[in-house]
Design a protein around this ligand. Structure first.
Ligand SMILES: *[C@@H]1O[C@H](CO)[C@@H](O)[C@H](O)[C@H]1NC(C)=O
Ligand SMILES: *[C@@H]1O[C@H](CO)[C@@H](O)[C@H](O)[C@H]1NC(C)=O
Ligand SMILES: *[C@@H]1O[C@H](CO)[C@@H](O)[C@H](O)[C@H]1NC(C)=O
Ligand SMILES: *[C@@H]1O[C@H](CO)[C@@H](O)[C@H](O)[C@H]1NC(C)=O
Length: 554
């Protein structure tokens, strides 16, 4: 069962990582098609030293990365989380679109935290989706302590996967890493400091050259790669092997070969790799930082025939660190395969997004500012401040003053930067055109919970309506996380087909922590009362809902 046991750890550090799956899965049928899955996860601290410096990390059932969450389209997933940390905790499901159920999203404004020593059960039905994703802790800067793990959503039996089944199917979680304790990093941010460069890059929780993977000559490997790090774009490659891109966060892509792939923070890809060598050879699998003053390198040895010798080629990416053009051209080359089914049997191209009337244009501009003497990150001049009570509960109990949907405007205003509870009021089924604008000189990564989007265009600022002429309104990729290059824009189109209170955030953990986020409240016309809402609109408040803030006694 272990998701990561294909990687053999070859350097022993102070902690022996358990690579045996400890998850208990029990299966019962809820209908002919949908299965129900049960997971039991114990969240605890441990110490490990992937970069040679001992650090307190978050493990799940003693595993780092955590166990695989594996289910199929429309399945129901139940996960008991036992919080054995000394701080409040929540897990969130990156890219998972729980059907009409933001009560299970596990971010600060949808859920009260699970208190230390307590257990809470997430329970949600997956939407019509397939693909490769990951989960991670969402509060208190816990992500800097790990606590993440892979998610796979398999095709329904009736929908063929549009490529031959690989001989091996592996999850590869890559991410930057700090040797400092997450509390130290959090304190630095609380005190108005910026984080320094990370100390290195981990692949499946292990530092450079600490692990190896055997390649069988002639075999094919599906690698499900996610960037689970805090802030750094990583270039993924395997020396002398091409990557055949097949899936991007749940969308099957036109099959194209790449030497290497830029994986921005929070993004996921599936590639097929054929082991086309033989004999006594070894290579590096590399995850190398992009857009950093110096390269940070994560690596795993790829070994043919159990060959123990070192790779001949040096472990560098061969790329110019600041080659934005390469990265942008690659992003624009990734296209949806219109002819194949994914979550449903009908082809992905049968949803003609290019012909849908756009209801609303929003321009979201990220920036940095000093507010009350503190460094903050803003969206349209507003830096998100967490209210007393999670927004979803405030909405349910109609708590006055908790938020106003006018707090953030659809276009950047010239009003001075300010703190605010940014909620965008949107109508179910709206088709919204969002232009993400990045005036800064570093790269951004944006993520939408609950509703994916089509990435229709990218370019350099300024953006004008004339840029719409260059949009891809035909076979753009449909995903949940997208980058915005420095002094550039990225245009996305979102069909709001999932009602709820959904987080829209920077995937850069530092910017997210310092206010670069907002919520999109998606409601049907006249469906304003969550207490009397039909389950066909939104899932009812969970029986086990946690209450906090001003909702604590309600
Ligand atoms: C979780 O792990 C802790 C520490 O190992 C242990 O004390 C506790 O009993 C475990 N809880 C569950 C529910 O397994
Ligand atoms: C994941 O689920 C699929 C479909 O139920 C199953 O075929 C596969 O073996 C599972 N994979 C793992 C690693 O558990
Ligand atoms: C394997 O494929 C790669 C990429 O096409 C190529 O560079 C390499 O030479 C091939 N190796 C062998 C032994 O054929
Ligand atoms: C938000 O949208 C809903 C549904 O469209 C509408 O009924 C409500 O009046 C709006 N609220 C605000 C504060 O704009």
């Amino acid at each position: 069962m272990a998701s990561l046991s294909f990687i053999t750890k070859i350097v022993t550090t102070t902690l022996v990582l358990l690579l045996i799956g400890l998850l208990n899965i029990e299966v019962t049928l809820v209908s002919a098609d949908n299965q129900e899955w049960y997971y039991d996860w114990n969240v605890t601290f441990q110490y490990t030293a992937p970069l040679g410096v001992s650090k307190q990390i978050i493990v799940i059932n003693d595993e780092f990365p955590g166990p695989l969450l594996n289910a199929s389209t429309n399945d129901v997933v139940n996960i008991n989380i036992h919080n054995n940390l000394d701080e409040p905790f929540l897990m969130t499901w990156n890219g998972i679109q729980m059907k009409r159920n933001s009560w299970q999203d596990g971010v600060q404004e949808t859920n009260c935290p699970i208190s230390p020593g307590h257990t809470w059960t997430y329970s949600f039905q997956l939407k019509d989706q397939i693909g490769s994703y990951f989960y991670f802790p969402s509060l208190q800067f816990h992500k800097a302590a790990g606590g993440y793990g892979p998610i796979r959503i398999q095709n329904d039996e009736l929908v063929p996967v549009p490529f031959p089944q690989a001989d091996f199917d592996y999850d590869i979680l890559i991410g930057d890493w700090y040797n400092a304790n997450y509390r130290t990093l959090r304190n630095a941010l609380d005190n108005g400091m910026e984080l320094p460069l990370p100390d290195g890059v981990l692949i499946n929780g292990l530092g450079p050259n600490q692990a190896s993977m055997d390649f069988e000559p002639g075999a094919t490997y599906r690698l499900r790669i996610s960037n689970v790090g805090l802030r750094t774009t990583l270039n993924f490659r395997i020396q002398e092997h091409l990557l055949l891109l097949v899936e991007t966060e749940g969308t099957y892509t036109m099959k194209q070969y790449y030497d290497s792939l830029d994986v921005h923070v929070g993004q996921s890809y599936s590639v097929l790799v054929t082991a086309n060598n033989t004999g006594d050879v070894s290579f590096y699998m590399l995850a190398t930082s992009r857009f950093t003053p110096m390269p940070l390198v994560g690596s795993v040895f790829i070994r043919y025939s159990g060959f123990q010798g070192m790779p001949i080629l040096p472990p560098n990416s061969g790329l110019d660190l600041y080659d934005y053009r390469y990265s942008l051209d690659q992003a624009l080359s990734i296209r949806m395969d219109l002819s194949v089914g994914a979550a449903r049997p009908n082809p992905q191209g049968s949803f003609h997004y290019g012909t849908i009337r756009i209801n609303r244009l929003m321009t979201l501009r990220n920036d940095v500012a000093f507010i009350n003497g503190r460094l903050r990150h803003t969206v349209n001049s507003v830096s998100f401040v967490h209210p007393d009570t999670p927004l979803l509960l405030a909405d349910y109990y109609k708590l006055p003053d908790e938020f106003q949907t006018e707090s953030i405007h659809d276009t950047p205003d010239e009003i001075f930067p300010r703190m605010g509870v940014s909620v965008i009021n949107a109508t179910y089924h709206d088709f919204v055109h969002v232009v993400l604008q990045n005036p800064l000189i570093d790269i951004q990564s944006w993520h939408s919970d609950g509703n994916n989007f089509f990435v229709v265009g990218m370019g350099t600022l300024p953006w004008t309506v004339r840029n719409m002429g260059s949009y891809n309104m035909y076979d753009a990729i449909y995903r949940s996380t997208v980058q915005v290059y420095p002094t550039s824009w990225t245009a996305i189109m979102i069909k709001l087909d999932n009602e709820g209170m959904w987080n829209f955030r920077s995937q850069n953990a530092e910017r997210w922590y310092l206010g670069q986020e907002l919520y999109i409240r998606v409601r049907g016309e006249g469906k304003d009362d969550l207490k009397n809402i039909s389950p066909y609109d939104q899932a009812p408040i969970p029986a086990n809902v946690l209450k906090c803030g001003r909702a604590a006694s309600l």
